[in-house]
Design a protein around this ligand. Structure first.
Ligand SMILES: [Zn+2]
Ligand SMILES: [Zn+2]
Length: 329
């Protein structure tokens, strides 16, 4: 009995030591939370922070924003994909040649270094960016650095040094292209765990990338450097509830000294003087673009609504302004 008590105290003591060591580290739940990042990292209180809430009625169309060229990342060979738990997110690091992205209104060529995920405990939270005040279940960030630099950390203090591609997630049916990542989440339950994935093309994870929002912002984690050209794609990625649950499972492992990997998102920051632009006009164009891609896991109700909308617009063209005004379906 006494021995057990001593052992328990010892374990508590070790636990205390480890967690107190993490006090000055940033986090979402343990250590320094997002509201206090600015105390340690003054840039996090800057005027051009990310994420933001995108108010679609205030978005301005910019016809100079062209299509992205993802040929480099879809054809890149011998790419090594390493899945890791970095203590704040699930991240896939890419190593290889020709992982380049151009077009999309970017001022130069950017090189993909990693992509990672932010997710929540419920379907209605998890994304960092919001659209008209609405959160989504998950958000994927493809982080790239300018070709002028050799890494994200080299580029992150330079204007336009970084570009991030953001994808919002909704719950739908099973999405097989995420299986290789999700099947290995069990291998990275502890911070700094990592495992090599079977190679796949990054673009296979993308939905239609025709329509997107553009604004200038920051990294959404400390040091919050304001060097990021942000792209948020209008078409969402759909994955199933049970696939999302496997990300959420990482938040329930409760290892001493590591942040719970759930609700690992920062809330929207003031937009201040910034303007969000888009290459597509209004919300109608984005719904139209969604149709051209055979939607993975989109519900029957969506299809039916779109069918009705198309029928109405074909036969009653004057209704078009109405659909342009409101998000439909
Ligand atoms: Zn991120
Ligand atoms: Zn497990």
């Amino acid at each position: 009995m006494e021995l057990t008590t001593i052992a328990t105290c010892f374990i508590i003591l070790i636990g205390y030591k480890i967690s107190s060591g993490a006090v000055h580290e940033w986090g979402y739940h343990h250590g320094v939370d997002p509201e206090h990042w600015k105390d340690l990292f003054p840039t996090c209180a800057g005027r051009q922070q990310s994420p933001i809430d995108i108010r679609t009625t205030k978005v301005q169309t910019d016809t100079r924003l062209g299509k992205f060229n993802f040929r480099g990342i879809s054809l890149a060979r011998d790419v090594k994909l390493e899945l890791q738990n970095n203590g704040h997110a699930v991240q896939v690091g890419l190593k290889g040649h020709g992982l380049e992205v151009s077009g999309g209104g970017l001022p130069e060529t950017y090189v993909v270094e990693q992509f990672h995920f932010h997710w929540g405990s419920e379907d209605t939270r998890g994304s960092e960016h919001e659209i008209n005040g609405k959160h989504f279940s998950m958000e994927m960030h493809v982080v790239m650095h300018s070709g002028r630099f050799s890494s994200v950390s080299d580029a992150m203090q330079s204007k336009n040094g970084l570009a991030v591609l953001g994808f919002l997630f909704d719950v739908g049916s099973h999405n097989y292209v995420f299986d290789e990542i999700i099947h290995h989440l069990h291998d990275i339950e502890h911070r700094d765990d990592h495992v090599i994935l079977k190679a796949f093309s990054l673009t296979s994870l993308f939905p239609s990338t025709d329509c997107y929002y553009r604004y200038y912002g920051s990294l959404t984690t400390p040091m919050c450097h304001e060097s990021v050209i942000w792209t948020i794609f209008k078409q969402h990625i759909y994955i199933s509830e049970s696939q999302l649950n496997q990300f959420r499972h990482l938040g329930r492992t409760h290892f001493i000294g590591s942040d719970n990997l759930i609700n690992n998102y920062r809330n929207p920051q003031p937009i201040n003087c910034r303007v969000v632009t888009s290459n597509c006009i209004g919300s109608y164009t984005s719904t139209y673009a969604q149709e051209s891609k055979s939607g993975v896991g989109q519900s029957y109700a969506d299809d039916k609504n779109r069918y009705i909308k198309n029928f109405l617009m074909k036969h009653f063209p004057y209704l078009k302004w109405k659909f342009n005004k409101k998000d439909f379906p």
